[in-house]
Design a protein around this ligand. Structure first.
Ligand code: NDP
Length: 337
């Protein structure tokens, strides 16, 4: 598969280019809003082509584009790619407004190209095993879950994420959107209601939140709480799921790397679960994307997943702002694809 990168980003350089190359894909070129940065990025990452023009990038001889610009730009770039007939792997959150996300996804549908969202966590062996344990009935009736995703934002990423609301800054659009996707995938359910508090505890400026605590009611009745933060250097991330026949405690699993441990506790005692082959999360997601392009399977996280996870994150922001419980329908407002 041949790729154009839309965005001279950290995530493309650190995770996606290596993953694409590992699969034998060709990363043809990069588009940046700045011509000099495009050239420098292309040189540094060994890419043949570079441009500061979106129309040029989407007209290159490639099968797909990978969009990893700031969140405000995804819409225009995805629509241009769809119109040029290119398949689209878009970073999360897929947009900063639900109406934009719907427009992007509808453009991809009209153009009959694949649109996938790069929610990497559900691609990890640990999270796939958690979903298998839940959906197989091994835990019995599920009552509750808890996600702990409080980390320290790496120094190199302490830019627009912390001060530019117009670019989609903040821990909610950065991390809570992943947590919403994670619980939706793990529980095979959608968000129904959200109550949340956010806070600025040191890194965020211009009113941008760097910490959040959220409570979700899922549409199957499960209650979930989550904690997201950029401010916690020594925490342990985790997912816990509690059912009538068993509980899962997965530690160190809210990460980009194939690490962490899943422990299952039932009447038989505690066991460390064998999660199988711990492959690179991004490679697993790319393999599913190729399957979707070939028409043999669904992307790991579909366009609809991207929309639903964005809606959950927007409900968190709305709840924190309005200081009340927000029904997801209020965010979706009957939106359908
Ligand atoms: P970066 O800050 O590295 O890149 C975002 C944009 O910032 C780039 O497109 C680039 O614009 C601009 N930029 C980058 N470096 C510079 C610089 N030195 N000077 C000026 N501008 C610069 O963002 P991330 O890679 O962290 O995030 C990009 C997207 O990917 C976001 O949507 C984010 O939510 C998502 N993401 C997803 C992850 C995942 O695991 N799924 C993990 C991390 C991020 P231009 O292209 O115009 O040069």
């Amino acid at each position: 598969m041949k790729w154009a990168l839309i965005g001279a980003s950290d995530i493309a350089a650190t995770r996606m280019i290596p993953a694409m190359r590992e699969l034998g894909h060709e990363v043809v070129g990069v588009m940046s809003s700045n011509a000099a940065r495009a050239q420098e990025y292309a040189t540094k990452n060994g890419l043949k082509l570079h441009t500061d023009n979106l129309e040029t990038a989407v007209s290159w001889d490639v099968d797909a584009v990978y969009i990893s610009t700031t969140n405000d730009l995804h819409k225009e770039q995805a629509i241009a790619a769809a119109k040029a007939g290119k398949h689209i792997l878009c970073e999360k959150p897929i947009a900063i407004k639900l109406s934009d996300a719907l427009e992007m996804v509808n453009a991809a549908k009209e153009a009959k190209v694949v649109f996938a969202t790069n929610h990497h966590l559900r691609c990890s062996a640990t999270h796939r095993k958690i979903r298998e344990l839940v959906t197989s009935g091994k835990l019995g009736t599920i009552f509750s879950a808890r996600v702990n995703h409080a980390v320290s934002l790496p120094e190199r990423l302490r830019g627009w994420r912390l001060d530019s609301a117009e670019k989609g800054a903040g821990v909610v659009l950065d991390i809570a959107v992943h947590d919403v996707d994670t619980i939706r995938a793990a529980l095979a359910a959608d968000i129904s209601e959200v109550t949340a508090l956010t806070s600025t505890q040191g890194l965020g400026t211009n009113g941008v939140e760097d910490s959040a605590m959220c409570i979700f009611r899922m549409d199957n009745g499960v209650l979930v709480s989550s904690h997201e933060s950029f401010m916690v250097p020594y925490g342990t991330t985790s997912v816990e799921i509690n059912g009538s026949l068993g509980s899962i405690r997965a530690t160190g699993v809210m990460t980009q790397d194939p690490v962490g441990e899943v422990v299952l506790k039932t009447s038989a005692g505690e066991e460390i679960v064998d999660v199988g082959d711990r492959g690179n999360l991004y490679i697993w997601g790319l393999q599913k994307f190729v399957g979707a392009v070939n028409g043999t399977e669904e992307p790991a996280a579909t366009a609809e997943d991207g929309i639903a996870s964005l809606a959950g994150a927007l409900a968190v922001l709305e709840s924190a702002k309005s200081k009340r419980t927000v029904n997801i329908e209020e965010i979706l407002k009957g939106a359908s694809l």
